[in-house]
Write a protein that binds this ligand. Structure first.
Ligand code: CUA
Length: 329
């Protein structure tokens, strides 16, 4: 029931983002989409033309030269025809060279970011995308200004993911241990879907994000507001955002499921058995200590693998996370 609802919900989300695409193709929302579609269309129609031509000739010849009473043996035919052979060699060569030169030009354009590009760091991980802006703000959706070249510097924290924005005709694998760079210039304001196109595990089909193309001025306003979410959001809400964007979710579930670390569900205020046989109460100080000095008190049954967040989370952020944990009853 809930699965069916989920699928419907997604279909609607998907449909809502498909503004004015054709039956065949999603909307062309980046400067690179038009050139890619044109070359794709050209190759497609050349292929259709030769498919029809070759199949039609084949069928015609099969009918015309078939074996039948009065025609038991094949007629002798010329073994060589220079003009014909040159024609069927030179025309296809001209066509494929044309496709190569055209495609190579488009490929170079798509891979050479303009010098003044705005840079966003992209991190793929099981199972979401994170986008880091020049001012340090981390977001789960990609927000960009209209008509501005954007350069994405992408890497993965775990396995290979595939970064794909159909509306931008942009698709590139994101690999652990190296940086992959792409660029685009959005030419239509709106929201478009980002997918992962490499099967990366259980949550692969959940690895969705949106790219939001803002009208002039809107991007700056969004970034300003989003970067100040500690001031504008309720602490528990901000804490949830930090939980999702700062790596907590990788190891700590909020639904009671086991992970690398203990679940956050019903953690706050409860007694936690720790290594060494003692029990501590999970209050504000214990959580703060566990974030800044994770090795101090290891929850029983877990490995001491959590890195410290000293210097990576501000006091105000830690407080917000604690407030969020309080809501997970
Ligand atoms: Cu990430 Cu599939």
């Amino acid at each position: 029931m809930s699965l069916g609802h989920d699928i419907l919900d997604r279909l609607f989300t998907w449909a809502a983002t498909q503004t004015e695409g054709s039956f065949w193709m999603p909307v062309e929302a980046s400067s690179g989409a038009g050139p890619v579609d044109r070359i794709f269309g050209f190759i497609f129609w050349v292929s259709v033309f030769f498919f029809v031509l070759i199949v039609a000739l084949m069928v015609a010849f099969v009918i015309r030269y078939r074996r039948r009473p009065g025609r038991e043996d094949a007629e002798t035919s010329p073994r060589h025809n220079t003009a014909l052979e040159l024609t069927w060699t030179l025309i296809p060569i001209a066509i494929v060279v044309f496709i190569f030169v055209w495609g190579f030009k488009v490929y170079l354009d798509l891979n050479t970011p303009p010098a003044n590009s705005y840079e966003v760091l992209v991190t793929g991980q099981k199972w979401k995308w994170l986008f880091t802006y020049p001012n340090g703000h981390v977001d789960e959706d990609l927000h960009v200004p209209l008509d501005t070249p954007i350069r994405l510097v992408m890497t993965s924290e775990d396995v290979i993911h595939g970064f794909y924005i159909p509306a931008f005709r942009l698709k590139r694998d994101v690999l652990p241990g190296r940086y992959v760079k792409v660029w685009f210039r959005a030419v239509r304001a709106g929201e478009y879907q980002i997918y992962c196109t490499q099967y990366c595990g259980t949550g692969h089909s959940d690895m969705w994000a949106k790219v939001v193309v803002h009208e002039p001025g809107g991007f700056e306003r969004w970034l300003e507001e989003a970067s100040n979410f500690l001031k504008t959001m309720a602490p528990a809400e901000a804490g949830e955002k930090l939980y999702r964007t700062r790596g907590c979710a990788q190891c700590h579930s909020v639904d009671g499921k086991g992970g690398t670390g203990p679940t956050f569900r019903a953690l706050f205020g409860h007694a936690v058995p720790i290594e060494g046989g003692k029990t501590v109460s999970a209050d504000e100080d214990y959580i703060r200590e566990s974030i800044l000095d994770p090795q101090a008190k290891i929850a029983l049954g877990f490995q001491p693998v959590m890195p410290t967040f000293k210097g990576r989370l501000k006091d105000q952020e830690i407080t917000a996370i604690i407030e969020y944990l309080k809501t997970l009853k």
